[in-house]
Design a protein around this ligand. Structure first.
Ligand code: GTP
Ligand code: MG
Length: 200
C-alpha cells in the first residue's frame, strides 16, 4: 500500500469533464475545512499537491490526482460552510450529486468528519443520502490531534455517538478510521484499507 508517485491530472467543473478512465478512484467528501485536501497531502506525503487553507471554501472544483499510475484520489469542494448563501449550497449539492451518482469507477467515498466536535446534522444528512443511494462509504474522523480527551486513535464520546446515530441509515456499519494529518495517525491504516477495497 505504498505511495511512490502522485500526479495532478486535472480540475473539472462538471462531472462529465472528469477523466475518462477505468482506473478505480476514491473521493474526499466532508464539510469545508474538515481537512480533505490536507489528508490527500498526508497520504501521498507531499506538502501541497492538494491546496489547503485556513479559510473554508478553498477547493472549488473536482480535482483528480493519479497515484502510482494506478488509482485516483479526488479532492472535492466542501459542504456546509456557514457563510455560503442558500442558493450556493443547493448548487454544491446538484454539482456533486451528479458526480457520485454517475462515476462508475468510484470505489468508495471517504466521508471526513471532524473528530474534535460533536456529531453535526449536515454530516449525518450526507451519510444518510449516500446510504440511500447505495454509494459505498468509509468514515474518516479527522483532526484527532485536536481532541480534548487525547490525541491518539482511541474513539471518544463524539465518535461513539456519531456511529450510534449512523445506525439509523445503515444495517451494517460502514468502515471507519481515526486520522490526523498533523501526526500521521491512521495514514497507513487508510492506505491499506483503500488497497483492500481496490483489490476486491
Ligand atoms: P475546503 O477545501 O475548504 O473544503 O477544506 P478542506 O476540507 O480541504 O480543508 P483543508 O485540508 O484545506 O484544511 C483546513 C484547515 O484544517 C487547515 O488550516 C489545515 O491545516 C487544518 N487541518 C487539516 N487537517 C488537520 C488535522 O488532522 N489536524 C489539525 N490540527 N488541523 C488540520
Ligand atoms: Mg480542500
Amino acid at each position: 500500500a505504498k505511495v511512490t508517485e502522485v500526479e495532478f491530472v486535472k480540475s473539472s467543473n462538471r462531472p462529465k469533464d472528469c477523466p475518462k478512465d477505468d482506473r478505480p478512484e476514491f473521493a474526499m467528501l466532508g464539510r469545508s475545512n474538515v481537512g480533505k485536501s490536507s489528508l490527500i497531502n498526508s497520504l501521498v506525503r507531499k506538502k501541497e499537491v492538494a491546496l489547503t487553507s485556513k479559510k473554508p471554501g478553498k477547493t472549488q472544483l473536482i480535482n483528480h490526482f493519479l497515484v502510482n499510475k494506478s488509482w485516483y484520489i479526488v479532492d472535492l469542494p466542501g459542504y456546509g460552510f456557514a457563510n455560503v448563501p442558500e442558493a450556493a449550497k443547493m448548487d454544491w449539492f446538484s454539482f456533486t450529486k451528479g458526480y457520485f451518482l454517475n462515476r462508475g469507477t468510484l470505489v468508495s467515498v471517504l466521508l471526513l468528519v471532524d473528530a474534535s466536535v460533536p456529531p453535526q446534522k449536515i454530516d449525518l444528512d450526507c451519510a444518510n443520502w449516500l446510504g440511500r443511494n447505495n454509494i459505498p462509504l468509509t468514515f474518516v474522523f479527522t483532526k484527532c490531534d485536536k481532541r480534548k480527551g487525547g490525541k491518539g486513535k482511541r474513539p471518544d464520546d463524539n465518535i461513539r455517538s456519531f456511529l450510534q446515530l449512523i445506525r439509523e441509515y445503515y444495517k451494517q456499519q460502514p468502515p471507519w478510521i481515526m486520522s490526523s494529518s498533523v501526526t500521521g495517525i491512521g495514514r497507513n491504516e487508510l492506505l491499506l484499507h483503500m488497497s483492500q477495497l481496490r483489490n476486491y
